[in-house]
Design a protein around this ligand. Structure first.
Ligand code: TYD
Ligand code: MG
Length: 452
């Protein structure tokens, strides 16, 4: 009997070892190394046999001679997705869409498959054809070009592809695929690696774009292997809070475009809807202004986005005051509180401080700092800010108000939404003269106190 060959893989970074060990030497995580069965490849899934390899001998070309005119991008009919991808899908590209379970990856891709004016093959290893049809009926009136296949073995999938010759392939999800070449179970590092490389070969040889859906582990990396990210051309991430309706589509890596763009969707009963003006939905227009609320003009990717910051400052019940932040970095909150204590003389050391960014989104843009400070001060004094004010500046360790990038774009967005005053850093160079909105230039936290 042939001896079974096994190898050990780290489930988090994909490193390979000859024997088991407790800690992965390359990514330093503990207890992530598992044994997987390997069988030598006898038959290869996609036609990689010597015949096709011999036909396609690649020769060096001068870069000026390489013809790129023949590859127009495929229009996805979804403006947000087109923008995130850098103008559409490049033929032969391998796209990985990652996201937490239940966030709406299958919905987004099914919606895309139904709308595309190309022959699309949607392969699901997770749901039956009937279940997909039920979901599809809710999303979009029927499409004549969308084919559904429920299959997990790559060998069978390639057989179907040869008969059908689709223009686009969607795989839901890469973790359910299994190749005959390996003995390991579906979802293991070696299987994911093998199936992805088979699909990559198929994509490159036939110039058919392949979209892979991948689940994400708790710590936010695409489950199992980071290696997948190296293999594909584009990594998209679908994120959001499952309890809220907003979803953000981001490009983490893109060989054919920038990674600064992002798309915003709203999950509805009938699928995902593009949100054209997210700021309008994220800020609630109230009749009476409430203390502890401030509006920040942040930048998500290239787009200005107005978000509402809410703070609650109350006397600490326990000896150690509580600090909690949702949608904002808790360490940064502590830093801002220390700045307020030291530079502006507020005694917040004995206060509980809670901070929340409404709409379930999380913001990394440092331009939100000034709004956070304003919201905390407003709650501390129990004095509402005018709801026609908005803020866009970073706060430094010595209490100075620092400039932020693309300030003019932010001012224009605030003006468009009807705000009457915006607070920015004195050091921001202003080229334009806004006509309706009043721009307050401030240099220290103390300057802010004069206004609020
Ligand atoms: P799904 O696409 O299955 O998530 P994923 O593939 O990322 O695991 O979507 C899951 C959620 O989306 C589900 O909890 C219900 C919700 N949903 C809607 O609100 N409206 C819809 O039209 C659809 C299809 C799903
Ligand atoms: Mg799914």
């Amino acid at each position: 009997m042939a001896k079974l060959k096994t190898t050990f893989f780290c489930q988090s970074c994909g490193a390979q070892y000859a024997k088991w060990q407790g800690q992965c030497t390359s990514c330093k995580s503990w207890n992530t190394i598992v044994e997987e069965l390997i069988k030598k490849p006898e038959k290869v899934a996609w036609k990689t046999s010597s015949s096709s390899a011999k036909e396609r001998v690649s020769t060096p070309l001068k870069i000026s001679e390489i013809d790129t005119t023949k590859t127009p991008r495929l229009d996805t009919t979804d403006a947000e997705l087109n923008r995130v991808l850098g103008g559409g899908i490049v033929p032969g590209s391998l796209i990985l869409l990652g996201g937490e379970p239940g966030i709406g990856k299958s919905t987004l891709m099914l919606q895309l498959s139904l709308k595309l004016p190309y022959k699309t093959l949607y392969i699901s290893g997770e749901e039956s054809q009937k279940q997909i049809k039920l979901r599809a009926e809710r999303i979009h009136p029927s499409s004549e070009q969308c084919y559904i296949l429920t299959e997990t073995k790559t060998q069978y999938i390639f057989k179907q592809i040869e008969d059908l010759a689709p223009d686009i392939l969607v795989i839901d999800s890469i973790q359910t695929l299994q190749s005959d070449v390996l003995e390991a179970s579906a979802g293991s590092v070696s299987q994911i690696k093998q199936c992805t490389s088979e699909l990559m070969k198929f994509a490159k040889e036939t110039a058919t774009p392949v979209i892979l859906i991948g689940h994400i582990t708790k710590d936010g990396s695409i489950a199992g292997p980071k290696i997948l990210e190296h293999m594909v051309d584009t990594v998209l991430q679908f994120e959001g809070d499952r309890n809220h309706v907003f979803r953000i589509l981001r490009a983490h890596k893109n060989r054919f475009g920038s990674t600064h763009e992002l798309g915003i969707y709203e999950m509805q009963g009938t699928g995902l809807r593009i949100v054209e003006n997210p700021s309008e939905i994220l800020i609630s227009k109230k009749d009476t202004a409430l203390s502890g609320n401030a509006i920040a003009v942040t930048l998500e990717g290239m787009r200005p986005l107005l978000v509402e910051v809410q703070a609650l400052v109350s006397s600490a019940v326990y000896g150690t005051p509580q600090r909690s932040a949702t949608g904002f970095n808790a360490k940064r909150l502590n830093m801002l509180l220390a700045v307020l204590e030291k530079r502006a003389g507020f005694r917040l050391g004995a206060k509980d401080v809670f901070l929340n960014i409404t709409g379930g989104i999380s913001v990394d843009d440092p331009a939100i700092d000034l709004a956070v400070v304003a919201a905390i001060l407003s709650s501390n004094n129990d004095d509402a800010l005018s709801d026609n004010f908005c803020f866009a500046a970073e706060v430094g360790l010595s209490g100075e108000i620092r400039p932020v990038q693309r300030v003019e774009q932010r001012i224009m967005e605030a003006e468009k939404l009807g705000f009457t005053a915006i607070f920015i850093s004195k050091h921001n160079k202003l080229g334009l003269k806004p006509n309706k909105i009043e721009v307050h230039l401030i240099s220290k936290i103390e300057d802010l106190l004069r206004f609020i």
